[in-house]
Design a protein around this ligand. Structure first.
Ligand code: NAD
Length: 369
């Protein structure tokens, strides 16, 4: 049976990739893509599906509970996939308030709207699902020899971002146990891929190489992250919706741990290779003199570590593997090459994101900013 999805944070990095994945795989389903279009939201990410009659864009803040209720009712939504969040750890250190507002109060506002429409008014008493998208950062940090995070690892968030996500995970759980809301949660490791906002490590390194700018490495660069190609995250959520047990949480990851400095060196090597093999890149990115000389690594610059910087995250995906049959399709080798190629081929996208001019494009195209 076809579904009607409300996808929050749909114009962000993972939300947009999820919508593109979903609409291709399930063309019969209707998708309401909701986003407040903060600095991280970019409606241009959804350009490929804008003309699809099963797609609707809603420029809405998740804090606006009456509007969310109206959307749920008017569109007969049966599934919420909740990505909307303030997501950048560095920003949560300098300006934590927005993280508490959106990630905690905003998630609660969505839960209240879902409870109101699906349970109190009995519109979809059992045939509904609230899927909450969370992060491995709620589990805190690991030493190099600790076992990876499992679903039973105690929460120990270390940044305001991680703490706000942890709080939202608990609220989602409580709405299941207290009100019977049909919830599921997935906690995923670091994602990478197309449409990743250029303030995050992988796109930052790629675009800085193209501008011949320093590649900043926090501290000793030995912070370890577990990287997953964004479409493999979408596949994991798809499986949780299809086969996951209501009320449960699933860790999604690809067993792919890398120290930050090693990722940066790998990107340098691959970008250098692209420049050596594709001569038109030399003309298109004439500023990238280090890459043209095959020396992108010379741009690496160590900077002061950020406060409370977690040393290692690693996801144990055994439960998702065994119960959902989850396996990522991209290896890191294929995923990182695809990602670099995407940034080299989509200069217009990241240039517009960086100079903010995509907002002009959006208002010309859709009459709003
Ligand atoms: N990026 C990762 O590696 C990663 C890993 C695991 C989990 N997650 C989680 O996945 C989700 C999406 O992450 P992302 O990297 O795509 O983030 P992102 O910052 O790229 O996108 C977030 C989106 O939410 C929107 N938004 C923010 N506040 C809103 C509000 N109040 N109302 C409506 N929309 C609002 C933004 O406009 C943006 O489009 C987040 O919940 C994050 O915690 C991210």
């Amino acid at each position: 049976m076809s579904k009607v999805l409300l996808v929050t944070g749909a114009a962000g990095f993972i939300g947009a990739n999820f919508v593109l994945y979903w609409m291709e795989k399930y063309p019969e389903d209707k998708v309401i893509a909701l986003d407040a279009l903060t600095y991280a939201g970019n409606r241009a990410n959804l350009a490929a599906v804008e003309d699809n009659t099963n797609f609707t864009f809603a420029h809405v803040n998740i804090l606006d509970e009456p509007v969310i209720e109206a959307l749920l009712k008017d569109h007969n939504v049966d599934t919420i996939v909740h990505f909307a969040a303030e997501s950048h750890v560095d920003r949560s250190i300098t300006e934590p308030d927005a993280f508490l507002e959106t990630n905690i109060i905003g998630t609660h506002s969505l839960l209240k709207a879902a409870r109101q429409v699906w349970i109190e008014k009995g519109l979809h008493p059992s045939d509904h699902r609230f899927h909450h998208v969370s992060t491995d950062e709620v589990y805190g940090t690991l030493s190099p020899t600790d076992p990876a995070f499992s679903e039973t690892t105690p929460y120990a968030p270390n940044s305001p971002y991680a703490a706000s996500k942890a709080a939202s995970d608990h609220l989602v759980r409580s709405y299941h146990h207290t009100y019977g809301l049909q919830v599921s949660t997935s906690n995923c490791s670091n994602n990478y891929g197309p449409y990743h906002f250029p303030e995050k490590l992988i796109p930052l390194v790629i675009t800085n190489i193209l501008f011949n700018k320093a590649l900043p490495i926090y501290g000793d660069g030995q912070q370890i992250r577990d990287w997953l190609y964004v479409e493999d995250h979408a596949r994991g959520i798809d499986l949780v919706l299809e086969k996951g047990v209501v009320g449960e949480t699933y860790n999604i990851g690809g067993i792919n741990e890398w120290a930050n400095i090693d990722i940066v060196k790998l990107i340098c090597k691959l970008v250098d290779e692209y420049f050596a093999n594709e001569t038109e890149l030399v003309q298109r990115f004439a500023k990238a003199t280090a890459a043209i000389a095959g020396q992108s690594e010379s741009l690496i610059t160590y900077v002061k570590d950020r406060p409370g910087h977690d040393r290692r995250y690693a996801i144990d995906p055994t439960k998702a593997n065994d119960i959902l049959g989850y396996q990522p399709q991209e290896s890191f080798e294929t995923g990182i090459r695809k990602t670099i190629a995407w940034y080299l081929n989509n200069e217009q996208w990241w240039q517009a994101v960086m100079d903010g001019s995509y907002q002009d494009w959006v208002s010309k195209q859709y009459g709003q900013s």
